[in-house]
Design a protein around this ligand. Sequence first.
Ligand SMILES: *Cc1c(COP(=O)(O)O)cnc(C)c1O
Length: 427
Amino acid sequence: MNHLRSSELFTAAKEIIPGGVNSPVRAFRSVGADPVFISKASGSHIFDADGNDYIDFVGSWGPMILGHCHPDVVAAVKRTAESGCSFGAPTELEITLAQLVIDAVPSIEMVRMVSSGTEATMSAIRLARGYTGRDKIMKFSGCYHGHSDALLVKAGSGAATFGVPDSPGVPQDFAKHTLTANYNSIESVKTLVAENSGQIACIIVEPIAGNMGTVPPQPGFLEGLRKLCSDEGIVLIFDEVMSGFRVALGGAQEVYGVVPDMTTLGKIIGGGLPVGAFGGKKEIMSLLSPSGGVYQAGTLSGNPLAMAAGIATLNLLKQPGFYQKLEEKSAYVANGIAKAAKDAGYPLFSTRVGSMFCAFFTGNQVTDWDSAAGCDTKAFATYFRSMLDEGIYLAPSQFETAFVSIAHTEAELDRTIAAAAKSFRKL
Ligand SMILES: *Cc1c(COP(=O)(O)O)cnc(C)c1O
């Protein structure tokens, strides 16, 4: 497989775009390779600038649950564009998508559209602070909630009373209100809540962690958060930017039966166009400007093209049997890869919730960031490069989730499993 054109493009891009990419993980740095530049995609296939054809398990990092270029979505975007790309004024499309979201997601009574997941979480946190009149927030080590200042924080050592920024450019002062607990450890949450009694506005959590690989919540974890937040007057925010519409129409909150106070959405809700959303109880959402005093705005928020793509997508997801079919495809490929590793004598810890799955390169259980961080990332990098060579496009990092779409056929999943078997035998 040659990547000559991609190499040329990458060289040109690096001159004028930092690192050659508009989002860091696209640069393939952690797998010791150069990125392939994409020219087009269709269904479960993605094609690079050299004409190589891959089976895609990235799906634009989550949105493409229908596969690429679903005819209904393409038609909706084209039709809408003919009437104007943006007005900066309300449209009926926004009501239609808001109603679809409210009908689907248990916790959402009112919703506001934004243009990215980052905007959704940042705005949800501002609202939670406005609602409670408290400054501190809590997140979990290894959970990603976009790149806003207060959320670019993981655990410092020990009890992590004060947040430590992950990135230069984030003032210590902006990060100091962010507390960090351990995923799947309700004890670590209880300790921080006790130490900061009456000061915590919200706890934000990925109800299925998908940004440290795929780490499902252990039984009792989400229920424990729900109870603690109710007892302490803390706003519980499920960041379902990834899991929303992915694991079920109602997201992880439907799967686990735990209803947060607020929910953030992104990725699938835009059908591949830039959309995010945050919603929740009316009592909280009504405090948002202009009905309330908590300010939030956006020139392109509720953009007609994005609304049209989202509506077309959600209408297809609502069709009976959609998630069952996706579950069967996902179980087939994830189990197939796990078995291929076992047959090759390679230790692997496999996780999956619906069409989100991950192969952790470790013989140990992974339940939080510390256990995920123990993976053999070098072996993963070798596996990644081998899979790419076999025409399988995976996320270029051990700490990402693989996504199955409804467009993946059994023959393509069999090809994927065979490629994995070959790749494990090389390790
Ligand atoms: C992708 C993601 C975000 C950020 O969304 P962007 O659209 O990239 O800003 C936030 N939270 C979670 C859980 C995500 O997976």
